[in-house]
Design a protein around this ligand. Structure first.
Ligand SMILES: [Mg+2]
Length: 434
C-alpha cells in the first residue's frame, strides 16, 4: 500500500546521488556558517549583513552527515551497523559533539553493542536531542522519489544513536522536507507544498504538532515570532529545533543565503539549525545556489567522503568472480512489488561487504541476478518490469544443478526468493491502514 506521494516519480532526469551530494554541501556550509555565531565578536556581522571572517570549520553535524552519505553511496540504503561504525570511526572529539554522544561513540569503537548503548541513554528514555535530525537531509534527497521510503530510512538512521520517538520523528520530518525540496527542483513549489507532505508522514507527537504550527506560521514573515513560537534549538531537542528549521527552509526555499541569515538571526543551537536549513534548501537549489564566497569560506568536506565521486549502479563487470547459471529452471514468481524507492535500491545493486552479507545482486537490462557472494555462483535470475513509480518481478529461474545448489520444490524456491528480495530491497513494514 502506498499513497500517491511515494509513487509519483520525481521529474526526470533526477539524479538522486547528485541531489544528496548537493544537500550535504549545503548542510556543511550551513553548519560552518552557523557555528561562527558562537563567537560573540561575529554577531555584529550578522546584523550588518557582513560575513564572519573565513575560514569556517564545520562541526559534528557535518561529520555525521558525511557518514550517512557514504553509507547510502555504498549500500543504497541505511545499513545500521555500517552507519554506526562509520559514526564511531570518524568521530573527532573536537567537532563539538555532546557528552552523551562522545561517550556512546567511544564505547561503540570499543566493541559495545550500539542498540544497548542507544537505548540506555538518559536513564533508558533514549536521546531526544536534535542529533538525528541534523545529519539526515542528504538522506531525504537520496530517497526523493519515494517519500515513504525516505521516512522509513530516516527513522532507521536515527535509531542507531537516538531511540526516543521524538528524535526519530525529527529526523523523519527533516528527511521528508529535503525529499520534497529535491523532487521539486526546477518546478514551482509553494511554502505550504513543502511542508504538507511532512505533516502527513511524520509520526504523531510533539514534533509533528510543531510542524503543524510551523505550517500555520508560514502566513507571517517574522523569523523572531516563528522562533518564539516554535523554539530555536536552545534546548537541543528535536522538538525545539525541527519545526523552526522547517519554517525557515519553507519561507526561504529558493534563497540559500536568506534562509541561513534568517535562521542564524534567531540564535539558539545555531550550527545545527543552519545545518538542517542548509541541507534542505540546497537539496532544491543545488550547489550552484550556494553563494561562491560562502562555499569558499566553509571548510571543504573531509577527503574520506570523496564528494566528487558519486558512484553508479553496479553491473556485471563489478563482479569479476561471478559465475553464470549452469542449469536454470523456471519457478513461480513471488508476488513482490517494489515502490519507487525500493526500485532505486534494486537498480543500484548490492555488493556483499563481508562474508555475512552472502549475496551480490546486480541488474542487467531487465534481468536481476543474485549470486552467492562467497562462491560467485548465480542462484536466482529474475526478469523485472518497471512502470511509472513501481516495479515487479515477472519471471524467475533457479539454479538446478545439484552440484551448485540444493534446490527445493518450485514453491519452496519461490518463497525463498521472495524472502530474499524482501531482505535485500524491501523490508519496510506496510503503513498502518487509515
Ligand atoms: Mg554541531
Amino acid at each position: 500500500m502506498t499513497t500517491d506521494h511515494s509513487t509519483t516519480a520525481a521529474p526526470s532526469p533526477f539524479d538522486h546521488r547528485a541531489a544528496a551530494r548537493d544537500s550535504l554541501r549545503g548542510l556543511a556550509v550551513g553548519d560552518a556558517f552557523g557555528a561562527q555565531f558562537f563567537v560573540p565578536d561575529n554577531l555584529p556581522a550578522l546584523r550588518e549583513h557582513r560575513l564572519p571572517p573565513a575560514p569556517w570549520p564545520w562541526t559534528d553535524d557535518t561529520e555525521m552527515a558525511c557518514s550517512v552519505f557514504a553509507v547510502l553511496r555504498r549500500q543504497g540504503a541505511v545499513d545500521q551497523w555500517d552507519l554506526v561504525q562509520s559514526f564511531a570511526q570518524r568521530h573527532d572529539f573536537d567537532r563539538g559533539y555532546g557528552p552523551a554522544m562522545n561517550r556512546l561513540l567511544r564505547l561503540v569503537r570499543q566493541g559495545q553493542p550500539w542498540g544497548t548503548l542507544a537505548n540506555g541513554l538518559f536513564e533508558g528514555q533514549g536521546s531526544w536531542g536534535n542529533g538525528a535530525a541534523m545529519r539526515v537531509a542528504p538522506l531525504g534527497a537520496w530517497f526523493a522519489v519515494d517519500l515513504e521510503e525516505a521516512a522509513w530510512q530516516a527513522a532507521r538512521s536515527a535509531e542507531v544513536t537516538h531511540t526516543h520517538p521524538e528524535a526519530g520523528a525529527g529526523a523523519v520530518a527533516v528527511a521528508l522536507a529535503a525529499a520534497c525540496a529535491a523532487r521539486s527542483r526546477g518546478q514551482r513549489l509553494s511554502r505550504h507544498e513543502l511542508l504538507r507532505p511532512v505533516l502527513t508522514l511524520t509520526p504523531p507527537g510533539q514534533v509533528r504538532d510543531g510542524v503543524e504550527l510551523a505550517l500555520e506560521l508560514l502566513d507571517q514573515p517574522h523569523v523572531q515570532l516563528a522562533a518564539h513560537q516554535l523554539g530555536n534549538g536552545s534546548r537541543v531537542s528535536a522538538v525545539d529545533t525541527v519545526p523552526f528549521t522547517l519554517w525557515c527552509a519553507a519561507t526561504y526555499l529558493d534563497d540559500y543565503q536568506g534562509a541561513l541569515r534568517a535562521t542564524a538571526s534567531a540564535g539558539g543551537d545555531v550550527d545545527t539549525t543552519c545545518a538542517i536549513v542548509g541541507g534542505i534548501v540546497a537539496a532544491r537549489v543545488g550547489t550552484d545556489g550556494i553563494p561562491a564566497h560562502w562555499n569558499e569560506a566553509a571548510e571543504p568536506l573531509p577527503p574520506w567522503v570523496e564528494p566528487d565521486r558519486l558512484g553508479s549502479d553496479l553491473r556485471r563487470q563489478d563482479f569479476p568472480t561471478a559465475l553464470p547459471f549452469q542449469r536454470p529452471e523456471p519457478i513461480p514468481v513471488p508476488t513482490t512489488v517494489w515502490t519507487a524507492g525500493q526500485w532505486q535500491r534494486v537498480r543500484q545493486g548490492i555488493a556483499a561487504t563481508d562474508m555475512d552479507s552472502r549475496w551480490d545482486a546486480y541488474l542487467e537490462g531487465d534481468r536481476l541476478f543474485l549470486h552467492r557472494s562467497w562462491t560467485g555462483m548465480c542462484i536466482f535470475e529474475v526478469a523485472v518490469e518497471a512502470s511509472a513509480g513501481e516495479a515487479r518481478p515477472v519471471q524467475a529461474w533457479v539454479e538446478s544443478d545439484p552440484e551448485r545448489y540444493g534446490r527445493g520444490s518450485d514453491e519452496t524456491e519461490r518463497d525463498r526468493l521472495g524472502t530474499l528480495l524482501r531482505i535485500l530491497f524491501g523490508d519496510r513494514p506496510a503503513p498502518p491502514a487509515d
